[in-house]
Design a protein around this ligand. Structure first.
Ligand code: BES
Ligand code: ZN
Ligand code: ZN
Length: 487
């Protein structure tokens, strides 16, 4: 299926019948109790490797040994005092990647570093699943493809590992819909995936088609969708795990299933990557998929406006003026700045009908954020310092980097239009990421704390790593949001 969806548990090394088994080692080169047992199993070869300096315990180092029935891999964990969740997550992934490269069907491992802390166990569960992810479903002829069939952890906190598995599989679920191309992941497909999530998590789902989108006055989404024959969708999920009167958390994600730029067409080189322009929607659906399984005691409402941005004979044009759901008029000066137009309606809709306690939105919104932060961090900005602090804390904890941009009034001035309320672009080649944030702010209801995540740089094309083996969709930011919502 492209990734593992469970992690088994076993009671001891001798009871773990896997083709590969992993133990960790810090730079102090001391073997733990499982390590000693495993060293015996390979007739002291690990000790010999340590004594010959073939094992140094460096972060990410792997050394392979051959026992009678199974192979052993010793994974370096780095300096003991620097050991953290991210290292255990990476180690779990490294073991699975080693098994894939050696074509070994089953892997077993100890809890690296011997930490019984719940969050470390969760991180290991996440790492195992994320490391197992491959996007190979469209390859019918490649005989080298290989998937790991099972993973087992020795001991540990079973509930915490399970939570990590739910989070990891939700990220992989999002990666799959994001890696799938525009002719597979259509707005209709996103709506049907959302329906599956709703069923699994006992959520209410509402889907508007083109006619309803127009009727409701979602002029931004309708405007962008006018250039494509592919049916657009406005998708709304409502999860009620909290108290009846409690305000929900609002999540909004850009579900642009292919962005050609529209009449302001993009250059053709690399345009295929614009299949990833629905990764904001993927983030939201990934989070809701995990919520469906973890059932936290909160209320959440999630909206994904979804369409293609193409150039049909009915397409919206530069100069057009659109009216968004909150009545504000928008002068379109570039049809390639379409993400903010579809998000405008969604932010206004969720603000008006659900009065969220706070709102987060996610979008591959600007090329400018890639210039500013590369593929390392997502750009964030918003209206509430306390909420921003929570974002920063969860970023720290999950290892998913974000960096704050200022949403000062001077920037907000730049999107004022001379003939409508606002225009959809700021000053040419100036702070494009902030201009987009300033635009979105106009559609967030009065007094609702809000943070915008520009994920154009991190949603795909990151450096390959054990957690993210290919330069496709990363699913990054899902774990951060889940940390904020579920803990
Ligand atoms: N989907 C793009 C942003 C994007 C660029 C995502 C690169 C991923 C990688 C967005 O719709 C867009 O085209 N934005 C324009 C805005 C501009 C016209 C003001 C951009 O960034 O160039
Ligand atoms: Zn665009
Ligand atoms: Zn776009």
């Amino acid at each position: 299926m492209g990734y593992l969806n469970t992690v088994k548990n076993s009671k001891g090394f001798s009871k773990t019948n896997t083709e590969l088994f992993a133990v960790g080692i810090f730079e102090d080169l001391k073997l733990g109790s499982v390590g000693k047992e495993v060293d015996n199993y390979v007739d002291g070869q690990i000790t010999a490797a340590i004594n010959n300096s073939d094992i140094k315990g460096k972060k990410g180092e792997t050394t392979l040994f051959y026992g009678k029935e199974k192979r052993i891999v010793v994974v370096g964990l780095g300096e003991k005092k620097k050991f953290d969740e991210q290292i255990i997550r990476l180690s779990g992934a490294t073991v699975v990647r080693t098994a894939i490269s050696k074509k070994l069907k089953s892997v077993g491992m100890e809890i690296f570093g011997g930490k019984d802390d719940a969050y470390f166990n969760q991180a290991l569960g996440e790492g195992i699943i994320l490391g197992s992810y491959q996007f190979t479903k469209h390859q019918t002829q490649n005989k080298d493809l290989f998937e790991v069939k099972s993973a087992t952890v020795l001991g540990g906190n079973v509930a915490a590992i399970k939570k990590g598995v739910a989070i990891g599989t939700s990220v992989c679920f999002a990666r799959d819909m994001e890696n799938d191309p525009g002719n597979v992941t259509t707005p209709t497909k996103l709506a049907s995936l959302a329906k599956e999530i709703a069923k699994e998590g006992d959520m209410k789902i509402t889907v508007f088609d083109r006619k309803k989108i127009v009727e409701k006055g979602m002029g931004g989404l309708a405007g962008v969708a006018s250039g494509t024959g592919e049916p657009p969708r406005f998708i709304l999920l409502e999860y009620k795990g909290g108290k009846a009167g409690e305000k929900p958390i609002g999540l909004v994600g850009k579900g642009l299933t292919f962005d050609s730029g529209g009449i302001s067409i993009k250059p053709s080189a690399g345009m295929d990557e614009m299949k990833f322009d629905m990764c904001g929607g993927g983030t939201v659906l990934g989070v809701m998929k995990a919520i469906a399984q973890l059932k936290p005691k909160v209320n959440v409402v999630a909206a994904v406006p979804s369409t293609e941005n193409l150039l049909g004979d009915n397409a919206y044009k530069p100069g057009d003026i659109l009216t968004a759901y909150n009545g504000k008029t928008i002068e379109v000066l570039n049809t390639d700045a379409e993400g903010r137009l579809i998000l405008a309606d969604a932010l206004a809709y969720v603000s008006k009908h659900h009065k969220p306690q706070y709102m987060l939105d996610f979008a591959t919104l600007t090329g400018a954020v890639v210039i500013a932060l590369g593929h390392i961090a997502a750009g964030v900005m918003g209206t509430d310092d306390k909420l921003m602090k929570r974002v920063m804390d969860s970023s720290q904890k999950t290892g998913e980097r974000v960096w704050e941009f200022p949403l000062w009034d001077e920037y907000c001035e730049q999107i004022k239009s001379k003939i409508a309320d606002i225009k959809n672009i700021g000053e040419a080649r100036q702070a494009g990421t902030i201009a987009a944030g300033a635009f979105l702010k106009e559609f967030v209801g009065e007094g609702i704390p809000w943070i915008h995540f520009d994920i154009a740089g991190v949603a795909y094309n990151q450096k390959e790593s054990p957690l993210n083996y290919q330069r496709g969709a990363s699913g990054m930011i899902i774990r951060l949001v889940l940390d904020m919502i579920v803990g």
